[in-house]
Design a protein around this ligand. Sequence first.
Ligand SMILES: *Cc1c(COP(=O)(O)O)cnc(C)c1O
Length: 343
Amino acid sequence: MNIIDMRSDTVTLPSVGMRQAMIEAPVGDDVFGGDPTVNLLQEKVADLLGKEAALFVPSGTMGNQLALKVHTQPGDQMILEGGAHIYRYEGGGPGLLAGVLTTCVPSDGGQITWEKIAGAMNPLDVHSAPPTLLCLENTHNRAGGRVLAQENVVEISAKAHMAGLRVHLDGARLWHAHIANGLSLAELVQPVDTVSVCFSKALGAPVGSVLAGDAASIQQAYRFRKMFGGGMRQVGILAAGCLYALENQLDRLAEDHHHATVLATGLDHPALRVNHPVDTNIVIMDVKGPGADQALVEHLKENNVLAMGFGPGRVRLIPNLNTSAKDVQQVLDVLNSFSGELN
Ligand SMILES: *Cc1c(COP(=O)(O)O)cnc(C)c1O
């Protein structure tokens, strides 16, 4: 039986072409800077993002945590949005690894205003942790894959810089923002100091993220990557998958976005609603009724569809590289036949 897996865009499998590219990749010891394929990926991504330098890392989490370490001193204050991956899903890393005090601010669809940030910033006073870093997330996962309005990114980054803060962007799904609004990747990240991007999600590579930014920050991140245990050896085998993904599997993300829209608009059930604009590849359904979210996940599973419970009353679907138009129709049929809590 064919299982349709929409739990995440991380479930994508390396294609035959990608596996071939990985087999053929020239490699060397990357801790010594001697892996030609890693070096090529780093140069290419730095160039694409319009940044001076880039560093290959094993995960998006490590890319983000390195940025925090580079931009802050222990005891500093970091400000971000309350649903941010860095805050919720990185194992408490900011407190443990960078030793920062985290202040969360509320957002509208993942987007925070300067007013909220300024209101959250500690005064420069002996009693308070000094604010030194602002983190943003584009696209925003918990908000439903929302693309940040670029004028907002430009404005809050500029004001943060004026106030003496550095700005890091969690761009695990930056690719989707680029496909959705047509701005170049470099334009999207021009306002921020560092950005991390993921290849292991919708782009379909098995492993790998890149942190990009100014040369001094990336040089520091290189040292901390070793300290965090992320110095890898003949890792061009993985970087080759990322290069292949960039060249062959970036433009097709439009297809995932289309499938997400079809899912959201085809939903026809009194207990299921999508309460966010579907900008990209993520669909978050609000499920009515106590326990109905888990009941829906079970109903889907019984019908060979995998989805992710996303907090009370919420279920997330992400169509991906493995998803066909036929799969999308099948998932809609299964969703619309849900007989759970109809109160
Ligand atoms: C997936 C994700 C990451 C990084 O996840 P890893 O599993 O560590 O690669 C970072 N930020 C966002 C918004 C994500 O969705």
